[in-house]
Write a protein that binds this ligand. Structure first.
Ligand code: ZN
Length: 136
């Protein structure tokens, strides 16, 4: 009984270590440009819609291990999917997190930095488990 219960845990551990960016995604360190610096040292310029660019320009995310979904638009250039498709992730302590912003006052979640549209307070960066996102 006890022995068997270790197996799923073990498998989960292996899966967590083997996280790779999905096809149609880039992963690496977010650097000024904005660009992604891959583990191999390659720098890939990022483009996207205005809310996406606002996220990439967020100083709180600078230097983080980021993953973006989209497609290669030209050599060394990557076009990120529209913000509403939830294309931006950050890795925190080895776990994949969705990049969102949260207003503590109104309990409103947004996907781009700035002031809350309700109370005009600054939203805080809130990296959340993508599996726990309530579909809106
Ligand atoms: Zn608010």
């Amino acid at each position: 009984m006890l022995r068997r219960s270790f197996l799923p845990l073990f498998l989960f551990g292996v899966r967590a270590l083997a996280i790779e960016p999905e096809a149609g995604a880039v992963r690496g360190k977010l650097i000024a440009g904005p660009a992604i610096q891959t583990a191999g040292g390659k720098s890939i310029a990022l483009s996207g819609d205005d809310p996406t660019m606002a996220v990439l320009g967020d100083s709180r995310l600078a230097g983080m291990d980021l993953e973006a979904r989209g497609h290669t638009s030209a050599p060394g250039q990557f076009a990120i999917d529209k913000i509403h498709t939830r294309s931006l992730f950050a890795y925190q302590n080895g776990k994949k997190r969705m990049v969102t912003y949260w207003c503590d006052v109104c309990y409103i979640r947004t996907f781009s930095p700035g002031v809350c549209w309700c109370c005009q307070d600054n939203t805080k960066l809130d990296l959340i488990d993508p599996d726990k996102v309530v579909k809106e």
